[in-house]
Design a protein around this ligand. Sequence first.
Ligand code: SAH
Length: 275
Amino acid sequence: KIEFFMTRHIGGRVHRSRYADFYTILMTIDTQTLDPKRDPMGAAILDYLTTGRAKTLTVMSSMFDDDEMPVDYLFRTTDSMPPLELKALEMTRGTTLDVGAGAGCHALALQQRGVSVKAIDVSPLSCEAMRRRGIADVECINLFDPRLGGGFDTILMLMNGTGIAGKMSGLGGQLRRVASLLAPGGQILIDSSDLSYVYQDEDGGMDIDLSGKYYGEVDYQMRYDRVEGLPFDWLYVDYPLLSAAAREAGLDCRIVAEGDHYDNLAQLSLERTNP
Ligand code: SAH
């Protein structure tokens, strides 16, 4: 069933790639940063940093029950990071860009190791928190903002880095954008999860609507105290689809670590052109 689904879906992507430029245009139009009044995660991060505690950061979705994101998790240190993220930090080399850096846990760990790292995020409050934490190079800028310069040896996209693509239709555009920011020989380290386990029934079958949207496309909305964010799309992608999208974007893709919950870390690098 799954195999059928994947083939169908990859088929769908190939078909859609005729509109690739159109998607790139759509994606580059969306180069905004967040309004601080609509930035619940940033508010939670800044609150936690200044007071040492935070109220409840609620994650809502039309597809799941309300959930809570533990704010202290965003401040995790290398002692409490999952192995996938430790692997990414270990593989990081050269001038580094941390995309969607949040509270800056990875950027801070790298900076402490002497790595030259730039942290970017669309959340002005998170960026303020990162500056206060001592991260030297922080910029509140959208990944798709053309003013963001490139030339990075490593680009990190961690804690489900494919999320920023929003939907399957945005994944190619995201990968091409990140690839364009790489220095020759550079690498992208990105993690994601295969959400199919969410749809697994008791006897191991899958309860997936094959004619519907891809099962990793999720919608979220966050709330922190009285700050309610706008709804946004967030993409979880299984490895076969990620590597297919990477190939289409001219990137080599390999799994470098597998997590213990249907998640993995992938390394994407520019395909070597044969002389
Ligand atoms: N990497 C951090 C935070 C992950 S949460 C960690 O592992 O703890 C995802 C982050 O990506 C959020 O802080 C969000 O504001 C940011 N983000 C979402 N879309 C973005 C975009 N288009 N450009 C830059 N940052 C983005």
